[in-house]
Design a protein around this ligand. Structure first.
Ligand code: SF4
Length: 173
């Protein structure tokens, strides 16, 4: 199937009975990316995606493996490593100090409003998390993301119910 054909499948609007179908992704170019990712998995991992994290690899090596996929940057790659280690108990060589927080908009917003960083900058988020929790910087990722999604929204943050309410300086500008 070429990218154009796959695009039609991924973005088909209705099924054979006329029911509306959700798009499988936000962006049409993902059809091309999906094909490229499949080729990489075939060529480098014998068609078995789980081989990406099998075999000894440090957190950084794993992150780099994910970053070989086009459109996967620091955010998705570090999230993937975090999820594999935290939720699936995948073993890495060395320790968790190489697992970073992700450069995610919600994580950045919470870090900025709590005064941990001074500007909305992905590099700063990663660096400050390394200082705050050097043994496992990525451990800060999920709590910050949840707070960003649930309470610290872009507009009208719900500080009253936020778990950080008592200690947060609430830098909203
Ligand atoms: S207390 Fe308010 S500003 Fe601070 S993290 Fe929570 S929602 Fe955001």
């Amino acid at each position: 199937m070429d990218a154009k054909e796959l695009e039609k499948v991924m973005f088909k609007k209705t099924d054979s009975e006329g029911n509306r179908l959700p798009a499988l992704h936000r962006y049409k170019y993902m059809a091309r990316r999906l094909i490229e990712a499949s080729k990489l998995i075939l060529e480098k991992y014998d068609g078995n995606a789980s081989k990406i994290w099998k075999g000894p690899a440090s957190a950084k090596e794993l992150e780099n493996r994910f970053r070989e996929f086009k459109q996967v940057g620091q955010k998705k790659a570090s999230m993937a490593v975090n999820i594999l280690v935290r939720d699936y108990g995948i073993r890495i060589t060395g320790d968790e100090s190489g697992i970073d927080v992700s450069n995610d908009v919600h994580v950045r917003r919470v870090f900025r409003r709590t005064g941990l960083i001074t500007r909305d900058n992905g590099k700063e988020v990663v660096e400050i998390a390394r200082k705050l929790n050097p043994k496992y910087p990525g451990e800060l990722d999920y709590p910050a993301w949840v707070i960003g999604m649930k309470y610290c929204k872009l507009s009208n943050p719900n500080c009253k119910d936020c778990p950080l309410n008592e200690i947060c300086p609430k830098i909203l500008t």
